[in-house]
Design a protein around this ligand. Sequence first.
Ligand SMILES: C[S@@+](CC[C@H](N)C(=O)[O-])C[C@H]1O[C@@H](n2cnc3c(N)ncnc32)[C@H](O)[C@@H]1O
Length: 303
Amino acid sequence: MGTIDDWNQYWKENPDSKVLFTEDNGKSISDFEQFWSQNIPNDTEMQSVIDIACGAGALFQSFGDKPFNRKVGLDCSTDALNSLKKNVPDAQVILNKTSNLPKEKLLEFDFIVSQFGIEYLGVDAIKNMPTMMKEGSKFIALCHYKDGHIYSRYKREKEGMESLFEIHAFENALQIANLVATDPNAYEKRAKQYLSHLSTLDNKWCAGSLHFVNGIKQLFLSYKQYAHSDILAWIKGFEQQLGTIYRRVSAICDVALSTSDIKQITSGKYSDSWGVRPFLLKNKELPVAWDLRFNKRVNNEKA
Ligand SMILES: C[S@@+](CC[C@H](N)C(=O)[O-])C[C@H]1O[C@@H](n2cnc3c(N)ncnc32)[C@H](O)[C@@H]1O
């Protein structure tokens, strides 16, 4: 999901999504909430906080008990910010449609936080963070980890969809479905070949691609139970839906930070004040995120 239009569409369709932050059973992952609750102090009555790429406000909701005197969410999507205002009525919002963060605004805050967000603005936005912070302020972020747990899951999902695209699964399915009306014998033969080709690739299918494969099997094997127009509409609708999911999943893979991105971010003038470590979840072997922090000391500018 590279573009602002994609994000707007996403937030329009999923106004309260916390999709990245759920277990396979749909429950939210408490480790993230614990992370924020442990890393944000309690004496924040006099402090201000800004959440970069805040989405619908998952982060403010996870540390809603902290008494900040000013909370601001920044995002590129108007729809996300509308959801944030609904979910966190005492928060203000900033619409930011570029990869450049508004330095003059960021300088006002004691805490700058981000959860799977700032990496969408690019490595330079993170690297430049120290120059946009006031003395004594803190930056804390959880960012996508290349080759980590979330990344691996989405990479597999992406590859499943790519396998469908490579074999022209949608175009072929539409051609075959059209034969139902014109040449039922040819339909039977082609549908059988098509389904057995899909079966040879069974180890590729997961998530969206698996739903398609299961759905088309059901439709092609029991086509007499369905209206022809419904079969065509289902295939076209699925293709469109998978195109959107593909862009979103690809963007997550693209923005995930590699070890060399992290080196780039933390090298240079401010290298001493960066803190970085992999963030792990209970029962997961691979890291789910980079835990990335910067404390702007009073003497950072003189370093
Ligand atoms: C994966 S979501 C995370 C949302 C939120 N932090 C959360 O924890 O639910 C990434 C967010 O980045 C936002 N985003 C992408 N590009 C952006 C940009 N250039 N400026 C600001 N926000 C951006 C999207 O609109 C989206 O809300």
